[in-house]
Design a protein around this ligand. Sequence first.
Ligand code: NDP
Length: 450
Amino acid sequence: MEYIEQVLKSVKSSNPNETEFYQAVEEVLSSINQYLEINDKYQKNSIVERLVEPERQVIFRVPWLDDLGNVQVNRGFRIEFSSSLGPFKGGLRFHPSVNQSVVKFLGFEQVLKNALTGLPLGGGKGGADFNPKDKSDHEIMRFCQSYMTELFRHIGANTDVPAGDIGVGAREIGYLFGQYKRITNQFSGVLTGKPESLNGSSLRTEATGYGVAYFLSAMLDAKGDSLTGKRCLVSGAGNVALYLMKKLDEYDAVILSCSDSKGTLYSKNGLDVKLVMHLKSERGAELRDYLNEHKDAEFTPVNQYPSDGHQVWRYEADIVLPCATQNEITKDDAKALVENRCLTVCEGANMPTTPEAMKIFKEHNVYLGPSKAANAGGVATSQFEMAQNASMQKWQSEQVDEKLQQVMKSIFNTISVTAKQYSNEHDLVLGANIAGFERVADAMLKQGVV
Ligand code: NDP
């Protein structure tokens, strides 16, 4: 049996029922298979076997009191995946769907993503199966305090530096930071994505979305094209999607759609991005309310989606930008996109494309910017926040934006050069997987068997 097949078999049997984790590992390992055959030092040193096994996994009880005085219990996670290149680094997700498999897939992807930034960052991820949506502000604060009461012993500015993800924004990071400071008596850079008044970096909130736009711009530039006038389908209407739409609007692209857990908003003439941002920031407002001001738009509720996928991918467009969650482009969504000649995809969400959809994209030469490269602007700006905190400095937003643009361009260059070396320069999935793996694996080799 081939080396990679053996490793995959072992990952499957030692992590039963962890489908998302296995999917992420399989996607990476099958794509770097040939590279591993040429470079047998990795096999000789069992680098792959070590890379797929997290350095440390913490699972803990998070008890908290709701507003009625009832005791509630959630499950908290922190997967410290790899510290080969620096402190563990990666976000926290608060969503009912969070489980060990989801956190491990995100952690594994994060290791390679952080490597691609070229910055000194290891990889990790965490979260809880807590739904912040139907909770009061006080309940969220009490939950965050309880979560940190366990997490604090595992993290530190030079050990493990969490940030936000789905369901965790500046408010949650602020509460987590407050509790960490209270327990440890340290005002340190232990978390990123902090509000600016707590030493957060300017542009951290915008960074992931802006970074996706900068990466997409580099993708098009490499083909002698640009974003001007391009018709874009965006999914999601959270942190990543909103700031991506804002930047695309500045680039004079036309945003046709966005979506949330309730449904899909579409306008063939292009959405009014300012209004969408306003609706999502207003408590109680919904995407559907957009129709009050723009009668020409359409809103499709989730219960009217096609049974085999998502409404947001069923329109004609030039560019596809999934920014909601994992596995949100199904096989039939991919078929519909290809039929509609949507042949450029840039992934804002982590692993948004199912393996079946990925296969269809490959067969039709879809130009695909993988998430571990395209959405790395958030973690890169988190590293800028760590640097500012460690040196007690505050960078202006222009400086952060310039550095963010440089990182995104450099990631694109690194992966397209690598792709060209091993296949063709437009195979950015291959380029990202090899370049990310190579940086982590070489650091592991130099550190001995640890
Ligand atoms: P948010 O919570 O801010 O927004 C997520 C959006 O996606 C919301 O509009 C939400 O709907 C929608 N959504 C989430 N889950 C589902 C689901 N199961 N079905 C339908 N819609 C869903 O999260 P982010 O924008 O921060 O994250 C989006 C993606 O980007 C994730 O994959 C995340 O891992 C990735 N990412 C985020 C980074 C960051 O810096 N924030 C960095 C790198 C990657 P609703 O509004 O109704 O809740």
